[in-house]
Design a protein around this ligand. Structure first.
Ligand code: ATP
Length: 313
């Protein structure tokens, strides 16, 4: 069985009357990238703060590497690196000097600075003052700070927030390499499904404090339902005709119809039905629902049950 880096059981946190995190059971296997996905205010940062022991849960438990956080925080935090919000850097110091400040606090060996600079590809810019760094470079230096204690688990809160496309690309490549080359488990939050889809092996979707989905990327993709999109000049008439023939039809804002059907045979059958009615078909295509569509469905509260996967006890 695969070891778990993070496991939470019934994790709950309120702020006054607001239930920010509601009975969340995370299961993060070791040596992968877990994408913790949710819109703004979903409860991601509050969860992360509990994972790091920065705030206490009102109910539930956090276990890291199969050990309860509440009883072993100091020892466990030596195995964890974190980048939560923008890193606090000294702009008048160089990249290397910034790392040196933290290295001394940690009592870490000096060679770990070179290792961290190398991983985040800042060796060539380490002598430059941080005030000359781009936002992407600062974020990478923040990652280097989080890597200084050679963590087995890295927790990143929205690591690409505010970066330009090039910065996002660099950060994404970097994060992907961490489990493969260094055996580090990465837990990262994001509000962008497209981003998580490109980095993560496992995904948890949180909305209004509740975990709506948890599983592998493949589990989520398996839920993508295929449908046909159809363009017909007389779309009202076509919708009536298809509904009468037993198909489930929806209208899109752009005037196309979508029909719940997943095969080429169905496409051919629908096409001949419409053409037989002398309707003008100008478009017909089989399409898979994007992950964005799935996310919308989940966060609109529809079909949540069918997408909720919890670990079997
Ligand atoms: P974002 O991406 O916008 O940071 P998030 O998913 O990280 O969103 P949280 O920051 O965890 O969400 O917030 C979850 C809910 O808890 C929100 O409604 C937020 O307003 C509330 N909340 C978070 N921290 C506090 C606090 N210190 N005091 C009061 N309410 C809070």
């Amino acid at each position: 069985m695969q070891n778990t880096a993070i496991e939470t059981c019934g994790l709950t946190r309120r702020f006054g009357a607001q239930l920010a995190v509601d009975d969340v059971n995370l299961l993060v296997p070791e040596a992968g990238v877990y994408g913790f996905l949710g819109p703004n205010g979903a409860g991601k940062t509050t969860t992360i703060r509990m994972l790091l022991g920065l705030i206490r849960p009102d109910a539930g438990e956090v276990r890291l590497f199969d050990s309860p956080l509440a009883a072993n925080r100091q020892a466990l935090m030596r195995r964890v690196g974190a980048l939560v919000e923008m890193p606090s850097l000294y702009p008048h110091l160089t990249g290397r000097e910034n790392l040196e400040v933290t290295r001394r606090l940690l009592g870490a060996p000096r060679e770990l600075i070179d290792r961290a600079l190398d991983i985040v590809q800042l060796t060539g810019d380490a002598h430059r003052r941080v005030r000359e760094y781009s936002l992407g470079m600062r974020q990478r230096l923040g990652l280097a700070l989080a890597l200084l204690n050679k963590p087995a688990l890295l927790i990143l809160d929205e690591p690409t927030n505010g970066l330009d496309p090039a910065g996002i690309h660099e950060m994404r490549d970097l994060i992907r390499r961490l489990p493969v080359e260094f055996g580090i488990t990465v837990f990262l939050s994001s509000h962008l499904l497209s981003e998580v889809e490109q980095i993560a092996s496992h995904i948890g979707i949180i909305h209004q404090g509740r975990l709506l989905f948890q599983g592998t990327l493949a589990d989520l993709q398996a839920e993508r339902h295929e449908h046909l999109t159809i363009g017909v000049t007389q779309s009202d008439q076509a919708a009536r005709c298809l509904t009468a023939a037993g198909w489930t039809v929806e209208r899109r804002e752009d005037g196309l119809l979508t029909v719940t059907a997943a095969t080429r045979e169905a496409a051919a059958q629908i096409n001949s039905l419409l053409v037989g009615q002398r309707l003008e078909v100008f478009h017909i295509a089989l399409e898979q629902a994007s992950l964005e569509d799935i996310f919308l469905t989940l966060t609109n509260g529809k079909n949540v049950a069918s997408l909720t996967k919890r670990k079997a006890a």
